[in-house]
Design a protein around this ligand. Structure first.
Ligand SMILES: [Zn+2]
Length: 311
């Protein structure tokens, strides 16, 4: 089993305002755990820059132009009340896109079985025409479109276990029956979308959880809603929007998941990947704001991707 790990130093130059949860230290925390012995076997890759032509399959030209023109030469520029750009943000966001498409290249070429992209900023709140919720470009959605355009994938699924609903991915996938979006998330919570009644063209599967829910309810939501629908969809590639803010330590959510729950979900998705997509799984970091919970959860997730059982 070959698991690729994409990173890039530009993730450390996207500066957010003091006290902002989506901060540089997240990458340091992940880097520390992935530098330890159990992860020595990872295929380490530097993320390329995402290309305009790839971004434009998921975003309108006006959105790309908006992000490019909003990038400040100094200081911090707010695009909304919680989404801000610093001089290093544009490159960081483009590298996050390039990691996701680069990971798709590796799993389709057979150089890797699966991959984890440990970059920031995250992407799943970015809609076709709107940056939002710490997100600028929707890397997971871009990767899904890229797999179809460049590698002949017919159907691509994004499964999102971040504590927040991925309104952006849902927005981009809404009317395309060959793209699947399945999400577990806390409701009510930001951004307010994600009810079961939001179904797109029968390709959107929301399984909301309530504040206080733990692994038991998470397993049930995955097992009764997301995984059966994913199995029926039979994807050629599984993309994971891997947010770890459903961890019990996280300050932004009120779910009670543990590292073992994330590893379990990862294994379930890998198993369906084996059935339908030759094991091709690309995982993209989304949220996760308690540094200890984030690091240990990423560790469990990546060990699962590597085929380990020590989480
Ligand atoms: Zn989140």
């Amino acid at each position: 089993m070959v698991t690729a790990l994409f990173t890039h130093p530009s993730s450390l130059t996207h500066v957010t305002p003091d006290g902002h949860p989506e901060r540089i230290d997240r990458i340091h925390a992940i880097g520390r755990i992935l530098a330890t012995a159990p992860f020595a076997g990872l295929l380490r890759c530097e993320a390329p820059l995402g290309r305009d032509e790839d971004i434009l399959r998921a975003h309108d030209p006006g959105h790309l132009q908006h992000i490019r023109s909003a990038a400040p030469e100094n200081g911090i520029k707010y695009l909304d009340s919680d989404t801000a750009m610093s001089p290093g943000t544009l490159e960081a966001a483009l590298r996050a896109v390039g990691a996701a498409t680069g990971a798709v290249d590796l799993v389709f070429s057979g150089q890797a079985n699966n991959a984890f992209c440990a970059l920031r900023p995250p992407g799943h709140h970015a809609e076709r025409n709107r940056p939002m919720g710490f997100c600028f470009f929707n890397s997971a959605a871009i990767a899904a479109h890229y797999a179809r355009a460049r590698h002949g994938a017919g159907r691509v699924a994004v499964v999102d276990f971040d504590v927040h609903h991925g309104n952006g991915t849902q927005d981009i996938f809404w009317s395309d029956a060959d793209l699947f979006y399945g999400s577990t998330h806390q409701m009510p919570l930001y951004p307010g979308t994600g009810s079961k009644s939001e179904t797109g063209v029968g390709n959107i599967f929301n399984a909301p959880l309530r504040a206080g829910d733990s692994g038991e309810q998470f397993h049930e939501a995955m097992g009764t809603t997301i995984l059966p629908a994913l199995d029926a969809f039979a994807p050629d590639l599984v993309v994971i929007s891997a947010g770890f803010d459903a961890h019990h330590r996280d300050p932004l959510g009120s779910l009670q998941l543990t590292e073992a729950d994330f590893a379990w979900a990862t294994l379930q998705l890998m198993e369906l990947g084996e059935t339908h997509s030759r094991g091709r799984v690309v995982s993209v970091l989304e949220g996760g704001y308690d540094l200890q919970g984030l690091a240990s959860s990423v560790g469990a997730h990546v060990r699962a991707l590597m085929g380990g059982d020590d989480f």
